[in-house]
Design a protein around this ligand. Structure first.
Ligand SMILES: [Zn+2]
Length: 459
């Protein structure tokens, strides 16, 4: 046995499958990739060989967060005054950002992935889904392979969304033609990646999700073929829905996006959509009926300033909800813990305009844990209980920041917000981040390498 005994944790957020609960003053024992036990005095009869004991006095231990939407490559385009959402129409913004995206090379995809995943891990995220839809021709086809390499470097559990676009600009796409692929090329590369990387076994660190970028920028056949491939191979489906395109889709196909996708079968318990902020209650009910999930990305809603996603309605209708950072083009950070707080605050801001009540803050923690696991089809992550993956993060609560908040660990992150990195993040039973350092890695070197890759593509 090899594992860790976290001794006398101040609080552990546990979930035996019947909802989250807080256990106080307990130990947590891991064995290899899994949680073995949570209880009192687990080391009382001697420490098993190979187990390292850690004093967890004052620690709040949470299940690792699960990020269900991102575009890692966009990390190399952030905090720019010339890309201010409040001053640009979407079309102007796209015209400015795509020339930068088109310059990215294979190394920039690798280092931007390391950059995003490092920030995610520092803030408690243990599983990341990335929607990589940008394949500049000069960058080659090994971009997602390099993302898996980046995940290995940091020890992150990674679900790669293989995106792509097939519709030319002349037929109404917003994506530059140099980034287009044919449906055959897109589906062929999805198949290659599934063969090379997809692992559906318990505690899998690598999965592939067939993720055409958005219906408005691809031919219908691209989505139809995606459904065929995903169902044939038993992998999940993902795309962007309801971020301003629904009426364009109605004009083009006679159906708004949700009905267009439902009609072709790009919906169901193995499918999740990003955003969904402009959907009607009937469309949300359609998604709930088919079991289709939603990845809610709160921070783009602030930046873009359009409709606020109706989380209370989604919750009332029983939709499966996860949270996502989204890419840095519409959220300049990769901090999912921050998004837990901003998601809750955003719903409070508009609560008086809603038919349904804002879910309690603890539900926002559940969206980012059990909700995310559900979207990704994982039964082995998202909650802490014996037999589940040892994916967790720790906040040492003995700080001035937390005086007066410690009575409710479930609401702490959504309601109070956490302003700093975790004290420890563990993924698959391995400590990957602790006391301000990545295990076995020199952060200054990661930083210098990323800056060097960034300098090559800057304009
Ligand atoms: Zn997105």
């Amino acid at each position: 046995m090899a594992g860790y005994l976290l001794k006398n944790c101040a609080a552990v957020v546990v979930d035996e499958g019947d909802g989250p609960a807080v256990r106080r003053n307990v130990d947590l024992l891991t064995d290899g990739p899994a949680v073995k036990a949570i209880g009192t005095d687990l080391g009382a009869h001697g420490m098993p060989a190979g187990v390292t004991a850690i004093d967890a006095d004052g620690w709040f231990v949470y299940p690792g967060l699960i990020n269900t939407h991102h575009h890692f490559f966009q990390c190399f385009v952030r905090n720019r005054a010339d890309l201010d959402w409040t001053k640009l129409a979407v079309i102007e913004w796209l015209d400015r950002i795509y020339p930068v995206f088109a310059r990215l090379d294979e190394e920039s995809f690798y280092h931007s992935s390391v950059t995003a995943m490092a920030e995610l891990i520092k803030h408690g995220c243990t599983t990341a889904f990335d929607h990589q839809y940008n394949f500049p021709r000069h960058a080659g086809k090994r971009l997602i392979d390099r993302q898996f390499e980046a995940a290995d470097l940091l020890g992150m559990r990674f679900h790669a969304g293989r995106g792509g676009n097939s519709l030319p600009k002349s037929e109404g796409s917003t994506i530059p033609d140099e980034m287009l692929e044919t449906t055959d090329a897109f589906i062929g590369d999805c198949e290659r990646l599934i063969d090379a990387y997809h692992d559906s076994a318990p505690f899998s660190m690598r999965q592939v999700v067939v993720s055409p970028c958005q219906p408005v920028n691809s031919y219908r056949e691209t989505f139809v073929e995606s459904v065929r491939l995903a169902r044939d191979r038993g992998v999940f489906l993902h795309t962007h829905v309801g971020e301003g395109e629904s009426e364009v889709m109605r004009a083009r196909h006679g159906l708004r996006t949700v009905d267009y996708l439902e009609e072709m079968g790009f919906a169901g318990p193995d499918t999740f959509y990003a955003h969904c902020w402009e959907l009607t209650r009937d469309e949300l009910a359609t998604m709930a009926a088919s079991g289709t999930g939603v990845s809610h990305c709160p921070e783009p809603v602030y930046l873009v300033g359009e409709q606020v996603t109706d989380i209370p309605a989604m919750d009332a209708l029983g939709l499966r909800i996860g949270l996502g950072c989204d890419g840095a083009a519409s959220n300049d950070n990769s901090n999912l813990m921050h998004c837990l707080h901003s998601a809750y605050m955003l719903q409070c801001l508009v609560s008086s305009t809603r038919a349904d009540p804002v879910p309690p803050p603890a539900d926002f923690l559940a969206y980012a844990t059990t909700g995310g696991a559900s979207l990704l089809g994982r039964k082995d992550i998202g909650r802490l209980a014996p037999g589940m993956a040892a994916d967790l993060f720790v906040i040492d609560s003995r700080r001035m920041d937390y005086v007066g908040t410690r009575h409710d660990p479930l609401s702490l992150i959504p309601r109070v917000g956490i302003g700093m990195a975790t004290d420890m993040t563990m993924i698959n039973g391995r400590i990957v981040w602790q006391d301000g350092a990545f295990a076995g890695l020199d952060e200054r070197k990661l930083f210098a390498d990323a800056e060097q890759a960034l300098a090559r593509i800057e304009m």
